[in-house]
Design a protein around this ligand. Sequence first.
Ligand code: HEM
Length: 481
Amino acid sequence: RPKNFPPGPPRIPILGTYWALLKEDYNFSHKSTQILAERYNTDVLGIFLGSFPTVVAHGYDVCKEVLTREEFFGRNDTILNRGRSLGELMGIFFVDGPYWKEQRRFSLRHLRDYGFGRRFASTEEQMEKEVRDLIDLFASEPKPQDKDICRKKGQLLMPDVFYAPALNSILYMLVGRRFDNKELREIARSTMKFARGIDATGGAVTFAPWLRYIAPDFFGYTPFIEENKKFMIFMQKQLDEHKLNFTDDHHADLVDIYLSKIEELKRENETDTTFSEKQLLWVLIDYMFPAPVTIGHTLNYLWVHLLNYPEVQEKIQEEIDRVVGRSRLPNLDDRKDLPYTEAVIREILRKTPINPFGIPRRCTEDTYLRGYFIPKDTVIIANIWSACQDVKKWKDPENFRPERFLDRYGNLLKKDYTIGFGAGKRLCAGETFARQTMFLLASGLLQNFTFKPADKMPDINERIWGILLGAPDLWVEAISR
Ligand code: HEM
């Protein structure tokens, strides 16, 4: 333990202090670190994942500080982060330094041109089409290709029903077209397979990579690599097709813009560059793979709550009827006029964060946090779950209370303290898109249907173990309004 390193449980060989996480809560390490932080009377817990020094921040203020400080903007070079992209660190999620800065900035700047994170008519039309298709799916007899998510008219499976609309919305901006829903559902389920094989710390295989030779399935290594390959194959196919038809005088999506940039650098004989076709592949995947599972699972939690709190469902419907009516679908202009609907989505993001540990960061230089010494290359984790449960911030965090985001006149509070998307310059790159998509899908469905559980009432506290903290699958019954 380095001198003045944050307090925490004692280390043992190989496991470090991982044993203590398993002992406190075998399945949910975000709960274990919270228990340990309380025991050691600290907001800044020092643990060792194998031999890797790791600092876990707890509570709203410390998490916010950790996420926004420049020296904590690194990412970790782990077997999984490399393994998914065939041995190299690529894309946006798992790279850092100037490489990360350039690729994040370039992709975001140009995705904005197609409506990612801002208003753009043709993308909004496309998203409206996705909402309409989803409404039709709920209102129709099941088609043979939809039997996996629709068991009879009006009875559908969450989160899977959201996978295709979320993916098609982002793919439209990345590669300029939409895809068959069944194909997209299969791809989205790949993410779930690997996300459920490994815990939020990255699991034992991250700090003891040799475990992948002993029991690769048990430690989640094989599913992680194999399921990631499915994204790679899908995206490589799109890239190959784009390259065949590419002309530099017409750019229709991010791939065109990026290929054009590569051409420009070639013309200038610029070889010292972070731009390459391989890099493009992983940038595309990094915008694609989070969309269905993050949006799908957050909406699944929303529905778990709507079923348990029918009065909240009614209030949203009353607000939509009053502001939008029934003759057209809610659109992004309506967001500001539907404060209660927005507040419910914010409260879901707070109460049930799907990334309890966010994406772990790396400390890029020796530094101090709340008086403790943090050496360079320490793994930095913000326990987002603890920040969302912080009594000092939320007063009654255990309650589902959307009104906490409204003032006494029912207006949405200007400042949004939601921290589920991370914070600082490494903030989730898809936040605005995710919020817009969730708003459109939720408000469109609730305008048209009232929902009841198709089987028993879902348990509000049940969670599925994994990197992504999801609720169990939920069959809902939609009754036309
Ligand atoms: C409810 C939905 C979502 C939640 C709660 C969420 C949450 C997060 C969190 C916690 C991080 C880590 C941020 C940090 O290190 O501070 C992250 C990163 C990221 N997210 Fe999301 N996300 C969501 C949806 C999406 C969507 C839909 C996309 C893409 C379309 C996306 C793309 C990304 C990317 C590219 C990063 C990496 C950013 C970087 O390392 O610079 N996310 N997200």
